[in-house]
Design a protein around this ligand. Sequence first.
Ligand code: SAM
Length: 267
Amino acid sequence: MSSDDAAYAGLFAKLERERGFRGNLYRQKCLRRRVAVRMRARGVATPADYAALLDADPAEYDRLLRVLTISVSKFFRNPETWAVIRKQVLPALLLQQEPLVMWSAGSAAGEEAYSLAILVWEWLAAHGRDSWDGVRIVGSDIDNRSLEAARAATYPEVALSETPLALRRRWFTAGEEFRLKEPIRSGVEFQQLDILGTRPNFDADLILCRNLLIYLDRPAQSRVFDTFAEVLRSGGYLVLGRVETLGAEMRPLFDVVDARERIYRKR
Ligand SMILES: C[S@@+](CC[C@H](N)C(=O)[O-])C[C@H]1O[C@@H](n2cnc3c(N)ncnc32)[C@H](O)[C@@H]1O
């Protein structure tokens, strides 16, 4: 271990102790680049100096956590994936059995969980239903600020750049920002949850976990897959990000529904 490695390990151990963020389980290259952004902003040269600065100015923890939990998202990000969710996954689930639980793990400011809620609601409405009875949608994230933004449900236009125009018109009130309408807002509940910590207190029929695993190292990814395998009911679906793949150890537990869109179904 180089002295830099030791200093970063010390910094992340401190961050875990103080704020519960397990930086040592994330890909180091990416995370260190982000710490460097804060170090430059505060004019310190080494991770050890930066750790000392955190002691002197604890408000810096929040700024650091904000850059470490990379919370960029969009409604209907990767539209091709959403097309398969809409045409294949949701009908299979909604026709099959209820109650259903759908979980967006690492939901950032709610864009993904609400995109799901829009598609679920449209399916329900098309089938003569007018309530969320029987369907629970949970969005979770480690970052409380993202969760606050999710509950506020008001977005800059850029968050809607991949949203089909008809959906945009139907479900958002346009102004300086775009405000999501009811009943979509009340269709999603948000929880703070560290995906590397304890498993959630529900079982799920659909898990969306996109663009989070890429930030984790292999052992941490395995840990998350173990949690998913435990939480997902038999026949339930798992959707990963376009550049993420199911770990080899998990393959016997899942059928591939759509390899390109990274959609799997638990046996
Ligand atoms: C790049 S965003 C992805 C958002 C959305 N899933 C998407 O694909 O557009 C990654 C999210 O994962 C969250 N995150 C990072 N580490 C986490 C952890 N250990 N537990 C839960 N969420 C985490 C971040 O706070 C961030 O909101």
